[in-house]
Design a protein around this ligand. Structure first.
Ligand code: FES
Ligand SMILES: [Fe+2]
Length: 443
């Protein structure tokens, strides 16, 4: 049967997208997704304006900025950003681009400084973004510095230490944006009374793949693990457990939490903190630690949340947390067909050093540039680039129809539940993408 999707129309490079154009890219039910949305420069330009400039995007974690003067650099899509803790303790975010000729005024990932000196001509800014020195003034006289500070990111909010920024001054509050994703984030965070921290600067690398592909995968594509990662998962306990108990929850379209809800009769060991291969070849000290955390969790989280073994979380549009491997990830867009992945190891603050080492080893084995799962996934996403550039995209939109209509509200957990091979998590994501791309700025 011929697809209802039409040939991709040209989109304007900024701002408004004609509803008829955007509506033809993703079917209303989210099942059919045009290949062009993964490679077309005009669609990417519209995404930057209609999605990235109007969403809450992850900036960093407060644990990275414990002291006045601490800073980190990041991006809001392709806009470079510097996040600082001021002398007074407030956290601020500014565009990291010199008002003179645009260079980033800070190029380090993390550090402590009260001044940022642009390397080109020495213009100097403080942690509040103010332009405080222009060396050339000594020769040519004063200029009006007050209007030449670094532009502030219009909105910045924190949810339990996770800092988000938005270029949209009118965006809804972060708590509303997250909605019931807070339930799943809390289920993770409440396990650790001492809190969590992001370790070091992020690992960064680039992929020839559209930003939506890694994000979508880590929303809840549990079905691929036994195939693409067959060598690792097809035969081990984690793979079997996921087959038996895994599913995805969508508390709000675009967000998702994939997890295993362990049976009420499961043992504490079976429920221990979402580590892949928990009972097979695990370091005995790490297992003891996880069991101790689980025993605490049963008290702190209550019987329902203590049965949740989180696998992946996704916060629209491009933040993932691979709970099972302690990896926080952002898929920074760098164009229609290039993505820069940033990944941090996340650790419980109060874990002993030996446990931190064990968890770091487990993270590196699976994810990051040297991780076996990462390499397999990266290859799949890059191979999708080949398929997305097919000359006949109008004839074969991608099919996200597995399990369509089988998703249901969960009796105990917030959101819509979809079983192991049901692609509802992705349909909901592309429906939200479609709605955002249909936003009419003139309204
Ligand atoms: S570009 Fe920054 S001082 Fe000239
Ligand atoms: Fe994978």
């Amino acid at each position: 049967m011929r697809s209802t999707l039409e040939r991709t129309p040209a989109l304007p490079s900024q701002g408004t997208v004609e509803p008829s154009a955007a509506a033809s890219l993703v079917s209303a039910d989210g099942i059919h997704v045009a290949r062009s949305i993964f490679v077309d420069p005009a669609i990417y330009a519209a995404e930057k304006h209609l999605i990235f400039a109007r969403s809450w995007l992850f900036l960093g974690h407060e644990s990275q900025l414990p002291q006045p003067g601490d800073f980190l650099t990041t991006r809001l899509a392709e806009t470079p950003v510097i996040v600082t803790r001021s002398r007074g303790g407030a956290i601020r975010a500014h565009v990291n681009s010199c008002s003179h000729r645009g260079l980033p005024v800070c190029r380090a990932d993390l550090g402590n400084a009260h001044r940022f000196v642009c390397p080109y001509h020495g213009w100097t800014y403080d942690g509040d973004g103010a332009l405080v020195a222009v060396p050339q003034e000594r020769k040519v006289g004063r200029i009006d510095r007050s209007s030449l500070g670094l532009p502030a990111v219009p909105r910045i909010e924190s949810y339990r230490g996770f800092l988000f920024g938005s270029l949209d001054a009118q965006i809804e509050p972060l708590a509303d944006y997250l909605g019931d994703m807070r339930f799943y984030l809390d289920t993770y965070l409440d396990r650790f009374p001492g809190g969590i921290e992001l370790v070091g600067p992020p690992q960064k690398w680039r992929l020839r793949a559209n930003w939506k592909l890694p994000y979508e995968n880590q929303l809840g594509d549990l079905g691929h693990a036994s195939y693409l990662h067959g060598a690792l998962f097809a035969t081990n306990d984690a793979g079997r457990e996921t087959e038996a108990h895994g599913f995805a929850m969508v508390p709000r379209a675009g967000h998702s939490a994939s997890l295993r809800l362990m049976p009420e009769e499961s043992t504490a060991e079976e429920r221990a903190w979402g580590i892949e291969g928990v009972s097979a070849g695990m370091d005995p000290e790490l297992l003891r630690y996880l069991l101790a955390v689980q025993a605490e969790a049963e008290r702190r989280l209550g019987p329902l949340r203590a049965r949740i073994k989180g696998l992946t979380l996704g916060i629209y549009p491009n933040l993932n947390f691979v709970w099972s491997n302690h990896a926080l990830r952002v898929s920074h867009p760098c164009g229609p067909d290039e993505t820069e992945i940033w990944t941090w190891l996340v650790l419980p603050k109060d874990a002993p050093d030996s446990i931190r080492r064990a968890l770091r080893g487990q993270y590196n084995y699976v994810l990051g540039p040297g991780g076996i799962v990462e390499q397999e996934d990266s290859e799949a996403w890059a191979q999708q680039w080949i398929g997305s550039r097919s000359d006949y995209p109008q004839d074969r939109p991608y099919h996200y129809g597995l399990g369509a209509g089988q998703e249901r509200p969960h009796p105990e957990l917030p959101g819509m539940a979809s079983g192991l091979f049901n692609e509802y998590y992705a349909r909901a994501f592309y429906q939200r993408w479609r709605a955002d791309m249909l936003r009419d700025e003139r309204a």
